[in-house]
Design a protein around this ligand. Structure first.
Ligand SMILES: *Cc1c(COP(=O)(O)O)cnc(C)c1O
Length: 368
């Protein structure tokens, strides 16, 4: 038997034969991209599934973030979190914007709303928080600050597919929210992404921007980009959507088993479930505290030696990367909590097909 490594995540793939009819349809339509029938169907299906009104599909989450900022004509400085995937801040640089890093709340790993006001300057125009691991940000507190200072709020909601907060889609908060459908995410279209828009007019502007700025055959309204999702990706998304509830409930079982098995281990802290919110079980983060016998990196290595690939997600902080560390807001004293969490965090493998046996192997290594 070939010994196989356990990856941190594995994409959910429906049975191949279920995808064939979609491909046949595309071959028949000969419509490969530019708002084709599957693209339109997926937009409608996602609006229904997510409980939102308007969505614009994209080729990936990063181009969706870049376009969301462009659509709202954001300028100057944008307050954001250092504790995220690097695309969050890169989207700012692509718009010639200055990221201003604000520390996180160590319990939610999200930007700490009580520290935002102190980072606002006359140049601040927006806040770009991340719903880290699908945990809702302090959306009410953030909106209040945004309203007081006339700022826009764009959520990087790459982790928050399907999350409801207080009985409504979390994606309705802020001016815009951006999803990623990358292969590693809970819901994937191989590569893909989307912007959730509050109204048809905003969606229209975003649809122009993702198609070079074309408003009609001869009118180009802005220096847009090519950010369109193709028919293949959209068709695959429609098929994925049929299986998504099952995939999420499989993840839920894994989450429960991990919690039971890891309960009460000295030095292993499992973040509590956020109140008022549903979960999509996209990640299983743990914190390796000082009273655990190994350091986080030693545990990471030990798992790796046993063929288990966990991930230090997020480490290093965005603010420690060469293109960001020169920012005054990147200073270590400004980002104390983010720095501490980045040294303790470990995301354990979680994906729909992860076997009970594999989970028990992982937890017994952590226990031993
Ligand atoms: C995955 C991810 C992105 C980027 O999405 P892509 O679809 O890979 O471009 C952005 N932000 C966060 C927080 C992510 O996890």
């Amino acid at each position: 038997m070939i010994e196989r490594k356990i990856p941190v995540t594995q994409p959910f793939l429906p049975p191949l034969e279920e995808f064939i009819p979609y491909l046949e349809q595309i071959w028949e339509n000969k419509w490969l991209t530019n708002n084709g029938p599957f693209h339109q169907q997926l937009e409608a299906a996602l609006c229904e599934y997510l409980g939102i009104e308007h969505i614009a599909l994209f080729t990936n989450g990063t181009i969706a973030l870049v376009t969301a900022l462009q659509a709202l004509r954001i300028t100057g400085e944008v307050i954001t979190t250092p504790y995220s995937f690097v695309a969050t801040s890169h989207a700012l640089l692509w718009n010639d914007l200055k990221p201003v890093f604000v520390d996180i709340d160590p319990y939610t790993c999200n930007i700490d709303p009580s520290k935002i006001e102190a980072a606002i300057t006359p140049h601040t125009t927006a806040i770009m928080p991340v719903h880290c691991y699908g945990n809702p940000c302090g959306v009410e507190a953030i909106q209040k600050i945004a309203d007081n200072y006339g700022l826009r709020v764009i959520y990087d909601a790459a982790h928050a597919f399907g999350v409801n907060y207080k009985g409504q889609s979390l994606l309705q908060h802020g001016d815009l929210s951006v999803l990623s459908f990358h292969a590693t995410k809970v819901f994937n279209t191989f590569e893909g992404g989307a912007v959730i828009c509050p109204d048809a007019k905003t969606k229209q502007r975003i649809d122009y921007l993702k198609n070079f700025g074309f408003a009609d055959e001869i009118t180009v309204t802005a220096p847009g980009i090519n950010g369109k999702m193709s028919e293949i990706n959209a068709a695959f998304g429609l098929l994925q959507l049929k299986h998504i509830d099952k995939a999420i409930s499989q993840r839920q079982l894994i989450d429960t088993l991990y919690r039971d098995e890891l309960k009460g281990i000295r030095g292993i802290y499992i973040p509590t479930q956020p109140p008022n919110a549903t979960r999509n079980y996209s990640y299983f983060p743990i914190l390796v505290e000082e009273d655990y016998p190994l350091t986080r990196d030693e545990l990471y290595q030990k798992l790796k030696e046993n063929g288990i690939l966990s991930r230090r997600y997020f480490y290093p902080l965005i603010s420690d990367m060469p293109m960001y560390r020169g920012q005054p807001s990147a200073s270590p004293t400004n980002l104390f909590n983010a720095r501490v969490i980045a040294t303790k965090i470990l995301c354990l493998p979680i994906f729909a097909d992860l076997s009970t046996e594999a989970i028990l192997t992982i937890t017994s290594i952590i226990k031993s």
